[in-house]
Design a protein around this ligand. Structure first.
Ligand SMILES: Cc1cc2nc3c(=O)[nH]c(=O)nc-3n(C[C@H](O)[C@H](O)[C@H](O)COP(=O)(O)OP(=O)(O)OC[C@H]3O[C@@H](n4cnc5c(N)ncnc54)[C@H](O)[C@@H]3O)c2cc1C
Length: 391
């Protein structure tokens, strides 16, 4: 039985100073009013190009981000590897924008695939399709609307870039995760990812699709993917997450008057997520599984499913994954118990990683006066170390 409450293992790589710094940060993020003010101030400062790096870099950025570039992340990866935890370097620039920005994002993704191949402690490459296309165009294509001739040309370039990243990952035999973002882009991203899986996942999974299980239609889609994989003889690379854009999605559905794509309750999302895990492990000859969650129960469940189906803990088709700076109790204890574990290590300059940092802060804000998971664990470890010194 894995013990996720073992904070000694969870924080073995953290000094007392690291822990104190993290404690203060999570205590601040507990206060929803402070997070709201911080969010407003950071977005405003960023909009008027007021420098904010000095305030964010030693605090929230340091906790959740590996650095500004791949080279800085490599140092983080070395540290994680000492505890048997792999890294995944995630360029966290969100949104493509101009052709110049899109090309820069593409070049960086190519570089990160190469970087991944050169390092044993990096388990997957990853990219965000929205970084490769103007957002409005991706949304229009996903909605099935007819594109103009000019838009078709831009869209063609998006498809080529998407395909070239997967092709390069395949040539280097590197597994590549295709992140999921807002619902309005997802139809096209799914279609492209399916095409790439059919092409490159013949022997094993190279390309991984992301299923946001807070969507109530995702089990059906999972069943479709299994059928498709059998029909076209390929392995589905399956990255599971619950989904990070719930409030935005609900608000958009309400505003535009379409059916809310998100499960009605947290319990329904949890059930959907766990059913996804069960389904893929029951059909493991057609899947590789990436379990991207901080939810203890879902991590226990996957560990349990592996045992039930006589799948080795170290089977490379199965990875557990958490975000850098969060849930070290899961990552380090799973790794110690012999499972494959990876951390998403985001990287980008401060201004580009702001939306990501805001999401992390909001996730760690107190709900109904409860202490956040992270703060609870940090306090436990601080106490444990004090007692250790005394005894
Ligand atoms: C390695 C990794 C990669 C990730 N990549 C992506 C990605 O590509 N795309 C993406 O969108 N997110 C991604 N995420 C974030 C993820 O989607 C979740 O936001 C985050 O991990 C919190 O969910 P959880 O399963 O860890 O934990 P939990 O705390 O158990 O679940 C919280 C989640 O439950 C859902 N939820 C909460 N309340 C309700 C409610 N009332 N009704 C319905 N559902 C509810 C929401 O999805 C919420 O984020 C990633 C996370 C990890 C660890």
């Amino acid at each position: 039985m894995i013990d996720f409450k073992n904070t000694q293992i969870a924080f073995e790589s953290k000094t007392n100073v690291d822990l104190q710094r993290a404690k203060i940060l999570f205590e601040c993020m507990q206060r929803s009013w402070l997070v709201k003010i911080g969010k407003f101030a950071a977005e405003f400062a960023s909009a008027i190009h007021f420098p904010i790096a000095w305030a964010l870099k030693p605090t929230i950025y340091r906790q959740f981000v590996g650095g500004e570039n791949l080279e800085e992340c490599a140092l983080v990866a070395e540290k994680l590897a000492k505890s048997g935890v792999y890294s995944i370097f995630d360029n966290s620039v969100e949104g493509g924008g101009t052709e110049k920005a899109i090309q820069a994002n593409f070049d960086e993704a190519i570089r990160s695939i190469k970087f991944t191949q050169e390092r044993e402690n990096v388990a997957y490459a990853v990219f965000k399709p929205t970084a490769l296309a103007p957002a409005d165009l991706l949304e229009k294509a996903s909605s099935g609307e007819e594109l103009t001739e000019n838009e078709k040309a831009v869209y063609q370039r998006f498809q080529e870039r998407f395909e070239n990243l997967c092709k390069y990952a395949h040539e280097l035999n590197i597994r590549i995760l295709v992140d999921a973002e807002s619902y309005c882009y997802q139809n096209e991203i799914d279609r492209m990812t399916e095409k790439m899986m059919r092409r490159y996942n013949k022997k094993h999974a190279i390309v991984f699709t992301t299923l946001q299980m807070y969507r109530h239609d995702r089990m059906k889609y999972l069943e479709f993917l299994l059928d498709d994989a059998v029909k076209n003889d390929y392995i589905v690379g399956m990255k599971f997450v619950r989904g990070a854009y719930m409030e935005k999605e609900r608000a958009r559905a309400k505003k535009l008057g379409y059916l809310d794509p998100i499960c009605p309750t947290k319990e329904a999302t949890d059930e959907n997520y766990d059913n996804g895990l069960r389904f893929t492990i029951e059909h493991i000859d057609r899947f590789e599984v990436f379990n991207g969650t901080h939810n203890e129960k879902s991590n226990f469940l996957l560990a349990d499913l592996l045992q039930q189906h006589n799948i080795e803990q170290s089977d490379k088709r199965i990875f557990f994954a958490q975000l850098y700076g969060m849930s070290d109790n899961l990552s380090y204890n799973l790794s110690k118990a012999g499972y494959n574990v990876a951390k998403y290590v985001p990287y980008a300059p401060v201004k580009d990683v702001l939306p990501y940092l805001i999401r992390r802060a909001e996730e760690n804000t107190s709900i109904a006066g409860q202490t956040s998971r992270e703060l609870d664990l940090i306090r436990t470890e601080v106490k444990r170390r004090k007692l250790e010194i005394r005894s």
